[in-house]
Design a protein around this ligand. Structure first.
Ligand SMILES: CC(C)(COP(=O)(O)OP(=O)(O)OC[C@H]1O[C@@H](n2cnc3c(N)ncnc32)[C@H](O)[C@@H]1OP(=O)(O)O)[C@@H](O)C(=O)NCCC(=O)NCCS
Length: 156
């Protein structure tokens, strides 16, 4: 079956659909995005409004399937979000989103990328390691009992 995959930068017009997608995937995050210091709507607004932050969307046959976000700092960038809707998972979309983000960041002169995840997120850990990220720091118990935050870094 032929599917059309499209990657594009998000604009403010995508806001409601991004929020809807993140609400749908909320429980996949540890802790859920909705229970963090900044709520989902504020999180999305911050990125869409800030000049130094961006979201890249992946659309499959016109439907939003995944998203990656980053904040650009002086010479380095922080991946603030990576998510793929469960029904599109395992098809290489997460990997393609991250690689697309890295390419954009490289074009903008970014030399170092950071991304965080939690120690029980096997998929994300495998993904980051396979793309050349390594663990720079571990915040023990940061996500809950027995669940650490892993800070991954990669030089572009
Ligand atoms: C993590 C996530 C973004 C991966 O997206 P995806 O589109 O399913 O991932 P891909 O199909 O591109 O797979 C990328 C790699 O992940 C790893 N992976 C995928 N499924 C896996 C599984 N079931 N077990 C272990 N590793 C797995 C593999 O390394 C895979 O590469 P490969 O297929 O070449 O072996 C997605 O599962 C997701 O949105 N999870 C919830 C939110 C989240 O955890 N975000 C990231 C952490 S902040």
């Amino acid at each position: 079956m032929n599917v059309s995959l499209k990657f594009r930068n998000a604009t403010f017009q995508d806001r409601d659909e991004i929020v809807e997608m993140l609400k749908e995937i909320d429980e996949k995050f540890c802790p859920p995005l909705s229970s963090r210091e900044i709520g989902i709507v504020e999180r999305v607004d911050r990125v869409l409004k800030k000049e130094s932050s961006e979201y890249i969307l992946c659309e499959v046959d016109g439907r939003m399937a995944g998203i990656v976000g980053y904040d650009i700092h002086e010479g380095w960038a922080y991946i603030n979000l990576l998510a793929v809707r469960p029904q599109y998972s395992g098809r290489g979309i997460g990997r393609s989103l991250l690689k697309t983000a890295e390419k954009r960041l490289e074009e903008r002169g970014v030399k170092r990328v950071k991304v965080c995840t939690w120690s029980t997120n096997e998929k994300a850990i495998m993904l980051y390691k396979s793309l050349g990220y390594y663990v720079e720091d571990i915040l023990v118990g940061h996500r809950g009992e027995g669940i650490d935050t892993l800070i991954f870094v990669k030089a572009l």
